[in-house]
Design a binder for this molecule. Sequence first.
Ligand SMILES: [Zn+2]
Length: 356
Amino acid sequence: MSSPNMPLDLTIDGGALTARLVDFPSVSGDELALADAVEAALRAYPHLTVDRYGNNVVARTNLGRAERVLLAGHLDTVPIADNVPSHVEGDLLYGCGTSDMKSGVAVQLRLAATLTEANRDLTFVFYDCEEIEATRNGLGHLAAQHPDWLAADFAVLMEPSGAMVEGGCQGTLKVQVRLTGVRAHAARSWLGDNAIHHAAELLGRLTAYEPRRVEIDGLEYREGLNAVRIDGGVAGNVIPDECVVTVNFRYAPDRDEAGAEAHVREVFAGYDVTVTDSAPGALPGLAQPAAQAFLAATGGNARAKFGWTDVARFSALGVPAVNYGPGDPNLAHKREEHCSLSAIAEVEERLRAWLA
Ligand SMILES: [Zn+2]
């Protein structure tokens, strides 16, 4: 194992570079050393303009091409679980961040170093604090402070997607529905009005709810409206006067935040509804010319992304974005996290075919 403080060599192959990045710990909030190493490695290449904001590094070509493509990845990982340094077993590289998402970052770095005459202008974004609270997200900080650094016609977020193109992402809305009653002694319950019992009608609306399936740019999104928490009760001998049901709505990206809220309020007409959390979805944007060429180069297979990802931040800036990375999303954040070395090579090769 090489020392984490040695300079990063971007000429080694993608699997070896992934191992090198994994052996360079960068748990959220602790990305300074890795961001320094990434910045220093990129500054060695005269075809790149490199900018830095906090622990976020942005490298760009300025070739005067008609289109600009942005490749983004986060530098941080979840806490290490006795799985650093990395090790190889057959085709698999094990270690914290192999899938989520240092394999994607390795591919970005390899392409940044070697695509000196790309057919499109390229922007490479490396950011911090993706795995923790949204207010600390480096991509969010870049979008707020330096939106011009993120200007592009199309973006690829290299989060683990099993080397499949995952278009857009669903939005998420959380609401609390408050049910009220009248408190009383349980021995004289006729003097009260049980707020928990009022949840029955509300839950009935949820079980009867038929979620939409929506097709956008050929991808099918499946919505869901679900109770995710219920709070109520005072004591074992008291008729409760309050019950709060928390509901999460995961919605297709053809609805915006206001539309999603209006829909949920309509479903719960007559109830006291408070929005507690909201994040918009992102349209897949696969009709864009850059996206069409990307799909052709990556084999033409795309599926909808159901979870919320940072592609929505690009969408908010007017940049259509997809997820495409070599990692396996099912292994992210796991102790046995690993990534296929051949998938790393395949993703790099396909992106190179698209951009070279
Ligand atoms: Zn990730």
